[in-house]
Ligand binder design. Structure first.
Ligand code: SF4
Ligand code: SF4
Length: 205
């Protein structure tokens, strides 16, 4: 029928118009910033550094390996490695970032830094209200601004964070089991050495 498509289109528009007043799933417009839609778990914006425990700097997982710095396509990460070391989550001494900066005005949110990090130390944030009147220093985030707790990570990406936590816990358990087995083997060897009889005296001729 001539004009059928137009009538269908107008009917759909009318349905959406009326539905937007009465059906919650059609209320697509919110009065931002007073009203906000919940952030989706898959949302990604700019990276942040994860820390464990209560001390944001001592608990940083980053070991300053600089892989993310090398792989970042627009080169917006700058890292300086520490001279000394601090224990990581399994107690192994590791370097840490003396300086870790990300220029958010250059970052293109590609997430490559997250994918290449072998230490689960850098993740994507969902924070988006970052506008600033100073487009240089105001958008250059240092390690203090970038550090966010593992609890925060669990809150914004629960499924992903649970997987990471399980992987790190399994790794930690493996290291602890090996350390315990090594200590037991060492103690056994020492005990065997103590219990061994002294060598027999050589008879004189
Ligand atoms: S998200 Fe991409 S552009 Fe941004 S810091 Fe990471 S690697 Fe660089
Ligand atoms: S965030 Fe990860 S990849 Fe980047 S320096 Fe730290 S440990 Fe290495």
């Amino acid at each position: 029928m001539l004009g059928e498509g137009i009538i269908k289109g107008l009917a759909e528009t009318a349905r959406n118009f009326v539905g937007s007043y009465v059906e919650a799933d059609r209320l697509t417009t919110v009065q931002y910033p007073e009203e906000r839609l919940p952030t989706k778990e898959a949302a990604r914006n700019f990276p942040f550094l994860v820390f464990d425990g209560n001390d944001a700097q001592a608990g940083l997982r980053c070991v300053a390996c600089q892989i993310c710095e090398k792989e970042c396509p627009p080169q917006c990460i700058y890292i300086e490695k520490s001279k000394d070391k601090k224990p990581d989550y399994v107690g192994k001494p590791q370097f840490y970032p003396k300086i870790f900066d990300i220029d958010i005005s250059v970052c293109m949110s590609c997430q490559i830094c997250v994918e290449v990090c072998p230490f689960e130390a850098i993740k994507m944030d969902t924070e988006f209200e970052l506008s600033h009147t100073d487009r240089f220093d105001g958008l250059l985030f240092d390690k203090h601004q970038l550090a966010k707790s593992n609890e925060y990570y669990q809150k914004i990406h629960p499924a992903e964070a649970a997987e990471v936590d399980a992987r790190l816990a399994a790794e930690k358990a493996k290291v602890e089991a090996k350390t315990k087995a090594d200590a037991e083997a060492k103690a056994k060897a020492a005990a065997a050495k103590t219990a061994a009889p002294p060598p027999a005296p050589v008879p004189s001729t």
